[in-house]
Design a protein around this ligand. Structure first.
Ligand code: R5P
Length: 288
């Protein structure tokens, strides 16, 4: 088996190759003057099982195109099975026609990806209106980085910590982290008014407790900062914000710290300034 990276997250691909005992094959990726991508796989891949690793975050459209061309080139060169490891799957939040006329991008993008590979592995895929990854791909597996995040957070010596999620959908993640502490978890109700603006409803007693707020994605930081304000007002002591995918659009980091977070922790599914935990072991387990 060989591991072939796109340019979005080479370190993730490299670490994965080590953990699953596969050969890491570096790709040469550059841009033509007109903006088109140029890709070279400088090795024979005939009859090899290939794992292509690409995080579709930050520049989703560019990285998607790289991914498709890499897969197509591998097929053309006679490889065997192509397993796509997409630590962050783009467009997963556009899973519905929220206002009339909108494209359900998740469906279109999944269909395109499926045409180019045989199976897909994702991490904490934003499964809200679709419950299973196999509703999107013929063959797929979604793993979670939450136990790894939870183990990391256990080092913080938190006082009787409660784990909180922003909405009903986040209960699955809050539950996994709270299991590490053997403590309780609860979720708020979230209303989204615009891509940057949300409001939070719910009464959760956090007086004199440390709190971990967890979510799959932090994008603009609007969700986290609104929750942290509510928690601080409600008497929470230390508040730690944690997520798998730190997209960190605009001023998300200062927005979250500015609302009263003591710390902000993310994983390497999307490399960022808050990457503290590697999700590679969760993906590696699928191959072992
Ligand atoms: C949405 O349902 C997700 O789980 C996250 O809560 C959302 O993507 C966070 O976005 P933002 O940081 O922009 O509030």
């Amino acid at each position: 088996m060989i591991v072939v990276p796109g340019s979005s997250n080479r370190l993730f691909a490299f670490k994965l190759s080590k953990q699953i005992n596969a050969k890491y094959v570096e790709t040469e990726i550059s841009e033509f003057p007109d903006g088109e991508v140029h890709i070279k796989i400088p090795r024979d891949v005939k009859k090899e099982d290939v794992v292509v690793v690409q995080s579709l975050a930050v520049r989703p459209n560019d990285y998607l195109m790289e991914f498709l061309i890499i897969c197509d080139a591998l097929r053309g060169k006679g490889c065997n099975n192509i397993c796509a490891v997409l630590p962050y799957m783009a467009y997963a939040r556009q899973d519905n026609e929220f206002t009339p006329g909108e494209a359900i991008s998740l469906l279109g993008v999944s269909r395109i990806i499926q045409e180019f590979c045989d199976e897909v592995i994702t991490v904490d895929l934003h499964l809200h209106r679709y419950n299973r990854i196999t509703e999107l791909f013929r063959k797929g597996k979604n793993v979670s980085a939450m136990p790894l995040l939870g183990s990391y957070l256990a080092r913080f010596n938190l006082d009787n910590p409660m784990v909180i999620g922003p909405d009903r959908e986040s209960a699955q993640w809050a539950k996994q982290i709270s299991a590490i502490f053997g403590n309780d978890y609860q979720v708020f109700t979230k209303m989204r008014h615009s891509p940057e603006d949300v409001s939070i409803r719910g009464e959760i007693d956090v007086r004199n407790r440390d709190v971990i707020v967890c979510d799959d994605i932090i994008s603009t930081g609007g969700t986290m900062s609104e929750i942290i304000k509510v928690l601080k007002k409600g008497g929470a002591k230390r508040v730690i914000a944690a997520c798998t995918h730190a997209l960190l659009a605009g001023n998300a980091v200062t927005r979250i710290y500015g609302s009263g977070a003591e710390d902000l922790v993310g994983t390497d599914t999307v490399p960022s300034e808050i990457t503290r935990v590697s999700a590679v072991p969760a993906v590696a387990e699928v191959f072992l």
